[in-house]
Write a protein that binds this ligand. Sequence first.
Ligand SMILES: [Zn+2]
Length: 387
Amino acid sequence: MAGSVATIPALTNEEILRYSRHLIMPEVGMEGQLKLKAAKVLCIGAGGLGSPLALYLAAAGVGTLGMVDFDVVDFTNLQRQIIHSTADVGRPKLQSAAEKIGAMNPEVELRTFETRLTSQNALELFRDFDIVVDGTDNFATRYLVNDACVLTGKPNVYGSIFRFEGQVSVFATENGPCYRCVYPEPPPPGLVPSCAEGGVLGVLPGLVGVMQATEAIKLILGAGEPLIGRLLLVDALAMKFRELKLRKDPDCPVCGQHRIITKLIDYEQFCGIRGEEKPVENKLPEISVEELKRRRDAGEDLFVLDVREPHEYQICNLGGYLIPLNDLPKRVHELDSSREIVAHCKMGGRSAKAVEFLRQAGFTKVKNLTGGITAWSERVDPKVPKY
Ligand SMILES: [Zn+2]
């Protein structure tokens, strides 16, 4: 898989010293270390999963490491994205990652692609690598990575995280199942919250990312039992690991016997989304944070309904009446339909659902606060903390 070892020059004395704890293990040895040196691994994302992944693959001596990311380091990343430092906030993630990797192991050839992975560039990018490791955080990119791996014949070392739970598997090998065999359809948009909405335990991407790195290294070495046809489920709160057996679906549209997907498609359309936390219905009545501020200051009668969770309300609030979105159906009688109601959440996604629900329940004077309390913090009152 990792090319012909014979064409790779022997390790220098410095490399022999650096990798000595590998070299003295028969399962790796000189042959394995040369396979690692010849290997080309592409990491999608330099975030929570990409941080530990890239660091450990580089430390282990993977010769060529590719990284795809278009984002800049945000303050809220630092709780888990350990490749980035406080001083890196605002810098491109790839610049920050390249510095850390270069400082740790200058032997690694790092190829950075500061771009969003798309249906237009994925196949060309994947062709130059042996293994793709998926560190993405959204369904559209996850299906894109999977399909591009199947179409280019590259193993897809998959990982995903949410709150305290993670998943790891190896998809798209020659005889193993792919992500679509297991998840033929994406969840309805908005049903599965993102980490930005639902949160994630800071160490969880470390746990899952390191397992992905382990699987990538095993694939390169051809050693052990890879997670092909097995989905490892991690519950960090209970600290329990479960394993599900997965089968290749003969009717899978991308890797099955009658393939329908023979080239990359529009994955945002497939997943029913256009950007994260977009209101589910564009025609919902909305109000901007500036207008809300103006009308409140003018003393107008507006009822602010906060549909976030109580622990979010504790972080910051606009003095609104708190009914978490999931409680709304059973607590709707607490609201006065004759008053004008402005619903808000963190960014506008959940409150859009609340507005839709209330309109169906007969409320006619209800509006969604565009951009939520985050927009309020950014554009009206910076004293309200962003989270
Ligand atoms: Zn499949």
